[in-house]
Design a protein around this ligand. Structure first.
Ligand code: NDP
Length: 255
């Protein structure tokens, strides 16, 4: 029986590229996204109805997640990998960040992975084990302005990754995280102005944004059996961005 990956936030961006990667490697894919219309379009374009299932679902709503995971198990009979990729970014200074914005970011970026994990674990255990990949961010490692909610949610998701690895590892479920630097997706276009984009290019040793496909490669590796002894780890896929704490342009001799 083909292995099954559940991918949240799969309508576009990193989630959709990850769905493509798992399909190309012979897996079945369950796509979950709050934006049902965009996801249905992406699902049609994948053009692989036997191996894909697209379900509209808000990952921060436990009832919706439970219904979706029940439907996934009913359709494909197993869950091997969960990719907690759905996320939102609201960038604003702390004093202009409303409690509603703060709560919305934490609900999707932190509670979502918690809820989806709890929903998928029983099916993983029934199949003898599995693996979970949480998509965090370099914003969870390095603090910056405007990211009080987003950066905090991603830092907490890194710790949730370790908590889950400690507890679920003993039951045959590995839990790891992929931490992207800037990737040219709709989310990045929304929050990165031209100035921000230019500064990112300057601050990243590889001098460019990552691609969705580069993220999907790392996510697929961590999710699958080739990473069978990797548990509780965060892999940065960021062109070296997180490594360059004092990467001042003047020190590097840049213009
Ligand atoms: P996108 O915004 O392009 O795609 C994310 C998808 O998730 C959208 O379709 C979005 O729908 C959906 N989504 C949002 N909230 C929910 C929810 N509550 N339940 C289900 N689906 C939801 O994001 P990216 O592909 O850029 O990012 C994917 C992940 O990677 C995120 O976790 C992000 O934080 C992380 N990341 C991205 C970086 C980047 O530069 N792009 C950098 C570092 C980390 P809708 O459009 O309706 O909100």
């Amino acid at each position: 029986m083909k292995q099954v990956a559940v991918i949240t936030g799969a309508a576009r961006g990193i989630g959709l590229a990850t769905a493509r990667k798992f399909l190309a490697e012979g897996w079945r894919v369950v796509m979950l996204d709050i934006d049902g219309e965009t996801q249905d379009r992406a699902h049609r374009e994948l053009n692989d109805p036997d191996n894909t299932l697209a379900l509209q679902c808000d990952v921060s709503a436990p009832d919706q997640v439970a219904t979706a995971i029940d439907a996934a198990v009913a359709r494909f009979g197993r869950i091997d990998v969960l990719v907690n990729n759905a996320g939102i970014a609201i960038f604003s200074p702390v004093m202009e960040t409303s409690f509603e914005d703060w709560s919305a970011v934490l609900a999707t970026n932190l509670s979502g992975p918690f809820i989806c994990t709890k929903a998928c674990v029983p099916a993983m255990l029934a199949g003898g084990g599995g693996s979970i990949v949480n998509i965090t961010s370099i914003s969870g490692t390095r603090a910056s302005t405007l990211r009080v909610a987003y950066g905090t949610s991603k830092a907490a998701l890194m710790h949730l990754t370790k908590q889950l690895a400690a507890e679920l590892g003993t039951q045959g479920i590995r839990v790891n995280a992929v931490s992207p630097g800037p990737v040219d997706t709709a989310m990045a276009k929304k929050v990165h102005t031209p100035d921000i984009r230019a500064d990112y290019h300057d601050a990243i040793p590889l001098n460019r944004y990552g691609t969705e496909e580069e993220l999907a490669e790392a996510i697929f590796f961590l999710g699958g059996d080739r990473a069978s002894y990797i548990n509780g780890t965060v892999i940065n896929v960021d062109g070296g961005f997180a490594a360059t704490g004092i990467g001042l342009a003047s020190l590097r001799g840049a213009d």
